[in-house]
Design a protein around this ligand. Structure first.
Ligand code: GAF
Length: 392
């Protein structure tokens, strides 16, 4: 669906819910996209590099300030409402509202103030598919409130506060990649982000004759969040051991695959494999960017496969459904690269597929997945679009 169609639908629901505004100029619309990640998985919380981009699936808020202190959140897709006083941040039963309350909490933690507001929000980022609809929600609301209440926050603050909302209020210990990609995305470009310094560079993504297609396993194994936290702890164990020999290693970003190899025995099998993957993956992002500059999509695709191998066997965050989908592409000459994307244990694979073969690719993947798991496989062709902003 086009942006304008979705916006019209959400606007319609807003006016059905709240009636016509007495000050129509105060009703504004904001958009934050979901994200993909080409290479650089689980490297963000290791202070490494990532290569995400924001896509043409987004969250939209139709929003207006209120004269009282009430906040009315209306989730268009669920047709559910949660209302509260702007100063009451107690956790509601509706988990979808935690992201918005987390944002308000961060505004207070900065010593800033806002008044009441009413909003209808919705969009087309598939939930639970690994496109980070949660980061899009957080960035969109904070960007909107920043405009409505002149909070004077720059994009970096919006990103950091959105990540903190997720860490502190929602309780998910995510890194910074998703919020950064949603806020800083640029049309037809991937972002190489240094998660330590937050320096970033855009690389035009030369699609040539290829398209990016996501294949959504439609599963989310319950291990996802506990294993995510376990991986973080395993990386910390690795750092503590490497630090004994290399005091300059403050995070795995400062370590090299050679250091990890040298201390293989002391790291032990599991921590060794985690550290090996992360140090190699950080290097892989840099190499992948060189390939983009050369326009070498063939070798770029090989890096995507290498990332998947590492995530499957060394970092162990894949799952049979994701591995199955990647395996299906291995003998397909129209696919340059395929890998699981995001935190793992479900969600999507990202595939670089020859344009003219995309329809056949989708059909083949759907049929194979149906036969293996008796599950329908949604496939999304994604375009890289701009990051968070107002729709005028
Ligand atoms: C999830 C997290 F939210 C990100 O911060 C990142 O760690 C990703 O998993 C793995 O690369 O999306």
């Amino acid at each position: 669906m086009q942006d304008s169609e979705i916006v019209n639908k959400i606007k319609e629901k807003y006016f059905q819910k709240f009636g016509q505004s007495s000050k129509p100029e105060q009703v504004r619309v904001f958009r934050s996209p979901g994200r993909i990640n080409l290479i650089g998985e689980h490297t963000d919380y290791n202070n490494g590099f990532v290569l995400p981009a924001s896509v043409d699936k987004a969250v939209y808020f139709v929003i207006e300030p209120r004269e009282d202190d009430q906040v009315i959140l209306h989730a268009a897709d669920l047709d559910e409402t949660y209302s509260f006083s702007v100063e009451d941040l107690s956790k509601p039963a509706q988990s979808w509202a935690h992201y918005q309350l987390g944002i308000i909490e961060q505004i207070y933690k900065k010593g800033l103030k806002i008044g009441g507001f009413q909003t209808t929000f919705g969009g087309d980022v598939p939930v639970g598919a690994g496109l980070s609809s949660s980061a899009a929600l957080e960035c969109c609301l904070l960007f909107a409130l920043n405009e409505l209440y002149d909070l004077n926050l720059d994009r970096f603050s919006i990103v950091k506060m959105s990540q903190k909302a997720e860490n502190e209020y929602v309780g998910v210990q995510c890194g910074i990649m998703d919020q950064f990609a949603s806020a800083f995305g640029k049309e037809e470009s991937v972002i190489r982000l240094d998660c330590r310094s937050l320096e970033y560079e855009y690389f035009p993504f030369p699609m040539q004759d290829y398209l990016l297609v996501l294949c959504d396993t439609s599963v989310k194994h319950s291990l996802a969040s506990s294993e995510y936290n376990t991986r973080r702890l395993e990386c910390e164990k690795g750092i503590a051991i490497l630090q004994k020999y290399y005091p300059e290693v403050q995070s795995l970003r400062d370590a090299t695959p050679e250091m990890v190899e040298t201390h293989k025995d002391e790291l032990g099998d599991i921590v060794y494999r985690r550290c090996k993957f992360i140090t190699e993956e950080i290097q892989r992002v840099q190499d992948a960017c060189d390939l983009l500059v050369e326009g070498n999509l063939i070798d770029f695709g090989k890096k995507m496969y290498a990332t998947h191998q590492g995530l499957q066997h060394e970092y162990e965050v894949s799952c049979p459904e994701l591995d199955f989908l990647v395996d299906q592409t291995l003998s397909d000459p129209n696919v340059l690269g395929s890998r699981m994307m995001g935190g793992g244990f479900g969600g999507c694979t990202i595939n670089l597929v020859k344009k003219e073969a995309v329809d056949a690719f989708e059909q083949k993947m759907k049929a194979a997945y149906q036969e293996q798991y008796q599950i329908d496989l949604p496939c999304y062709k994604v375009k890289i679009t701009a990051g968070t902003g107002e729709i005028i």
